[in-house]
Design a protein around this ligand. Sequence first.
Ligand code: FMN
Length: 461
Amino acid sequence: MTTTASTTVRPTARDAAGRPLRQVHLAAHFPGVNNTSVWSDGKAESQIAFSSFRYFAQNAERGKFDFLFLAEGLRLREQKGLIHDLDVVGRPNTLAIPAGIAAVTEHIGLVGTLSSTFNEPYELARQLASLDLLSGGRAGWNIVTTSDAFHGENFRRGGFLDPKDRYVRAEEFVAVARALWDGWAPGALSANKDTGEFLSADALTAVDHHGQQFDVNGFGTLPRSPQGHPVIVQAGDSADGRDFASANAEVIFSLHSEFTDGQRFFRDVKGRLPAVGRHPDSLKILPAAAFILGDTEAEARVRSREVALLQVSPQAAISFLEQLWGTDLGGYDPDGPLPEIDPVLADEGVTRGRVRHVADPVAVAKSWRGLAEAEGLSIRDLVIRFAAKHTFVGTPVQVAEEINRHVQEEASDGFVIVGHTNPTGLDEFVDRVIPELQERGVYRTEYEPGTTLRETLGLTQ
Ligand SMILES: Cc1cc2nc3c(=O)[nH]c(=O)nc-3n(C[C@H](O)[C@H](O)[C@H](O)COP(=O)(O)O)c2cc1C
């Protein structure tokens, strides 16, 4: 079924008390390099060909998504000393993709994940300003601190920073980038052919920064984009990460997609804003969400199980556990119970390059064992629960209502939606869920002409 989104802009819908309904914001996550991408699906195409990125971005724009979202991994993962090919392997550089996509789209925002630990602010600020300018103010930067030294081994200073210092660097990094962007006054370029004046008086302010991490002296190299500078996004969950986000970010990409957990996270992060002089609407919270649709709820549940079994093969189930246990579990039956042995707490386990790390693997293993015993879950069942959980499963109406409930009841401002096939994984969502959201008056039916990403997101600052 193909239903095209309507082109009329509806008046703002209101709740029973006459208040305007909160609007849903959606980002389209290009299916990444994780095992959740089913590359063996008959419809799946290359995850590195430009045609895939173009198809994906244009489809997301058809669905009026706020932005296209790209994660970043600076190194191929390894498992037991070999390339970890149970994940999809290979990913072009984060800035090359939106640079190309800007030329084949008109409205959709372009947000790339780029590490503040393994870059330099002068160079990255310049690259992001270039993308922002060339795309007409559609760029965003998802700031990650990249938590492990494995990722750093290919950089000339290696791991070089403890995780605890990474937000210190990130703070200084953003401050320098902002100073470079803000160093160009609005309207700095006068380019007056009659008077011969190219730059207005006082157009540029030099940056002269000398800090713990960086020494930068000079001018930014580009005038402001229509939105001034790229939208700042953040992904990181610790207290330091949340403080960093409340001071700097305009969007948070979070893992808190469950309703009550989402409400808790929403309250926590938005509650930090007044202390730094910010309005709650100046920061949007968008958790990651996977979905499976069906014509009936029962059909969606069956599909969800089928897809999960493709996402978590028997080998993938064991390798997922090895990432926590830090040791070879090849002798265990994926359809059997969890290992009785405790995780090995070596500095370097059998897996290298996972983005997320666990503070206390022994405690986590204990809780997983408890859950598996209580619910009679095999290793593979348990891994499906954690690695292939589909946030929204149901008919298009059910999924739209659930997304809307999260937004109206402040469990999020929307979602970063990820499909499991590449590049067509969001087609069904665009065809069937988007019209339901539009019908409820909580989602745009057209982009406002000429808007920047910051305006599309409805950000207030
Ligand atoms: C939802 C989410 C997505 C992330 N995506 C990436 C990524 O694409 N690339 C990366 O290098 N790090 C990524 N990270 C890692 C963070 O940048 C950070 O290094 C890590 O979460 C540790 O910080 P924390 O203790 O504040 O969570 C991600 C973290 C979260 C929570």
